[in-house]
Write a protein that binds this ligand. Structure first.
Ligand code: PLP
Length: 718
């Protein structure tokens, strides 16, 4: 048998390889990863860790051989047993903490999910957070189902022209290479739902992805029955114009609810991850009204069970559309309920537009920002609407700081060190502060050798990519140099990888080139910087920033010590956040809502060198990294940039570089490792997705489920 049509049968002894490959659970567990790595290491690397693709490519001989290899079989058996245990586990955190929630369902709507690079349905931070949320829900037994889009062309692949301009290409997904299946209705037929859009109905297919115990349902309008332009509605993530974006959001909201209904799933709680999904509430109001409720009653019942998370203080990050466009595309949505039209539309009203954040804030009883500081900024930014929320007895906006899924982001080498010196159970204890205090007991040599190994992996990866570029048609030598082959694996390496956009100030460190060169090329204390990141396809200003960085990377005055690694994705993010020595972040405060790449770095012992914005405003404790503080805030942006750049140089010159290069007779940087240990110790528990998800459950999911159940109660209690 083989679940993938067209593949030859697997040897019986390893007949569940397809099942292991088909649940992305493998991506954050050691045993199944080792199964595929050992099955064919070359393929593991060339497919960028895609077990489904590997099953298509691996030779029959190799399969037969593995089925007879006792060493392979013992890892295989452990992996299969682990997957079965994950499916069957009853004694989860959720079951212990909320036994009364047995059988409840939380629907989590998000426009992107970053589970693994083989499923390219994410662009950046929002997706990474949603992916980590789902994996952590699986680990804790939180009964979550995800709803999003299957973008057959995904997000773009990034190339850089010889002039340093970002070029975007979209690749059509090769469906058989992806761990995805057709979702089926309870009667066994394919789940396809119709969504009213403008004057027509658009059909969307529903795909199913298994993420451990959590299932994602992904909508896809690429069906023959749809008109060609409708087929392409779900083709790309953030790849279309405003019109496409609005239509996608209608499909996600209305189609997502309809898909769950068709699948026989009845959520108790509805979590809107960012405003993109807010049309969920329209479909739900509609359902209550169809059952005979009035508008106000329907709205109140929707609110009780709705949770909204806002992710950015940048105004452009909040989708708003003209009423005319919204009315145009929703014209078929009202059916016999045309008189709710104006009531509904007024829920999105903000500064004369239909604003998705306003809609979500007015229709949720629980709402949050994603760090303490972002909570404060959001309260100011949306003050008028939050005042309405107060008047309607919706709950005050709170802050739940983001976290990262530790089993996904902790490097295997670091995990081995933790297992050797702390315990084998770190996966289940990622949010226990006392557990991570024992990081201080790890012998320096062990930690340093893990750190050095991770750097080696990063440089091997960078060199492979550079070599790959060298073989491409029309390549210039400068483009190869920019990819980083001249980097020195023993030099202090600063990483900077994030979306290229103005407020993140990627060029800040180049403000005084001569001073930077003195830092980079100081004798016996070399320093180098690796950049990566995409710019949104419509953000030409962002692409201009990328181009500046690229020009520095190919400028001989920096001696090949600046590199730009293209096509940043989860795969690249793993190498960079684990393999650099320092993680740099220079946003214009307070525009970074949280940031999560710095958390990924810190849990691997890569200290954060950052403006005290987002999560770092609460994460920095004086000895676990550095805060870049140029004073201010100054009204004049240029003055702020100058002050911040000076503060950054001073930290590098006086603290970061000297500490890194101060070595004992064994060549171990003891003082540096004190900072490394302190960042792992202090950041891992507090900024783990386990801490984050438990907060969502305790502070929002559980009370929302309760008050939704008590819908006979006259009023929401605070
Ligand atoms: C973690 C991650 C991000 C988010 O990083 P920020 O620090 O929020 O910029 C973006 N893209 C990828 C691929 C990531 O893994």
């Amino acid at each position: 048998m083989n679940r993938y049509k067209g593949l030859p049968p697997l040897p019986e002894r390893i007949g569940r390889l397809d099942e292991l490959a088909g649940n992305l659970w493998w991506s954050w567990h050691h045993a199944p990863r080792k199964v595929f790595r050992d099955l064919d290491y070359q393929l593991w690397r060339t497919t960028a860790h895609n077990p489904v693709r590997m099953l298509w490519l691996v030779s029959q001989e190799r399969l037969e051989q593995s089925a007879r290899d006792p060493e392979f079989l013992s890892v295989y058996d452990a992996a299969v047993a682990g997957l079965d245990a994950a499916y069957e586990a009853k004694d989860t955190w959720m079951a212990r903490r909320f036994p009364q929630a047995q059988g409840a369902t939380i629907a989590y709507f998000s426009a992107e999910f970053a589970i693994h690079q083989s499923l390219p349905i994410y662009a950046g931070g929002l997706g990474a957070l949603a992916g980590d949320h789902c994996k952590q829900a699986s680990d804790l037994g939180v009964p979550l189902v995800g709803v999003g889009f299957m973008y057959p062309q995904g997000y773009f692949h990034q190339h850089v022209s010889p002039e340093g301009w970002q070029l975007e290409t979209y690749e059509r997904l090769n469906w058989p290479d992806v761990a995805i299946e057709q979702a089926l209705k309870p009667d066994g037929s394919p789940c396809i739902v119709a969504v009213p859009l403008g004057d027509r109905a658009v059909l969307t297919n529903v795909w199913k992805v298994s993420v451990g115990r959590v299932t994602l349902y992904l909508l896809d309008t690429g069906l023959e029955e749809n008109a060609p332009q409708d087929r392409d509605l779900s083709a790309r993530l953030y790849g279309g114009d405003r019109e496409t974006r609005l239509q996608q959001e209608i499909i996600l909201g209305i189609g997502g609810v309809r898909a769950l209904r068709a699948l026989g799933i009845t959520p108790d709680v509805w979590h809107l991850n960012e405003g993109h999904a807010a049309f969920v509430v329209l479909q739900r109001i509609y359902e209550y009204i169809a059952e005979g409720a009035g508008f106000d009653d329907a709205l109140e019942r929707v609110r009780r069970a709705t949770i909204f998370t806002t992710h950015t203080p940048v105004a452009a990050g909040h989708d708003a559309f003209s009423f005319e466009r919204v009315e145009h595309h929703l014209q078929g949505a009202w059916g016999p309920l045309a008189d709710i039209r104006s009531r509904f539309l007024s829920l999105g009203e903000y500064h004369g537009q239909f604003n998705m954040t306003s809609l979500a804030l007015r229709t949720s009883s629980f709402a949050n920002g994603v760090s303490r500081l972002h909570g404060d900024v959001t309260r100011t930014m949306w003050e008028p609407i939050l005042a309405e929320r107060d008047a309607n007895r919706q709950r005050p906006l709170k802050a739940i700081t983001n976290g990262v899924h530790v089993p996904t982001w902790l490097a295997a080498e670091m995990a081995r060190v933790v297992e050797r010196h702390i315990g084998p159970d770190w996966r289940d204890r990622s949010d226990e502060a006392a557990y991570w205090d024992r990081v201080l007991d790890i012998p320096d040599e062990d930690l340093w050798s893990a750190r050095t190994a991770l750097k080696r992996f990063l440089f091997a990866f960078i060199r492979d990519r550079a070599r790959d570029r060298w073989g491409q048609e029309g390549v210039t030598a400068a483009a190869v140099v920019a990819a980083g082959p001249l980097l020195d694996p023993s030099a202090l390496t600063i990483g900077f990888a994030r979306r290229f956009t103005a407020y993140k100030r990627p060029e800040l460190i180049f403000r005084d080139p001569q001073r930077l060169i003195r830092i980079l090329a100081s004798p016996r204390r070399h320093v180098q910087i690796v950049f990566a990141g995409k710019s949104h396809p419509a953000d030409d200003a962002g692409k201009g920033h990328l181009q500046q960085i690229y020009r520095h990377a190919i400028d001989p005055i920096y001696g090949g010590r600046i590199a730009f690694v293209d096509d940043y994705d989860l795969h690249v993010a793993h190498f960079l956040t684990q393999g650099c020595d320092v993680w740099l972040n220079t946003p214009r405060k307070p525009l970074e809502a949280s940031g999560t790449s710095g958390m990924k770095a810190s849990i691997n012992g890569v200290p954060h060198l950052s403006i005290g914005d987002g999560w770092w405003a609460e994460g920095y404790n004086g000895s676990n990294g550095w805060v870049i503080d140029g004073g201010g805030p100054f009204d004049d942006q240029d003055a702020q940039d100058a002050a911040d750049a000076d503060a950054l140089y001073r930290l590098l010159e006086e603290q970061v570089v000297p500490t890194y290069y101060q070595r004992d007779q064994r060549g171990v940087p003891q003082a540096w490792l004190r900072i490394v240990k302190e960042c792992i110790r202090s950041v891992t528990p507090r900024f783990s997705a386990a801490r984050m998800l438990k907060q969502y459950v305790e502070e929002m999911y559980a009370p929302a489920a309760q008050q939704a159940k008590d819908s006979s109660a006259p009023q929401i209690s605070r």
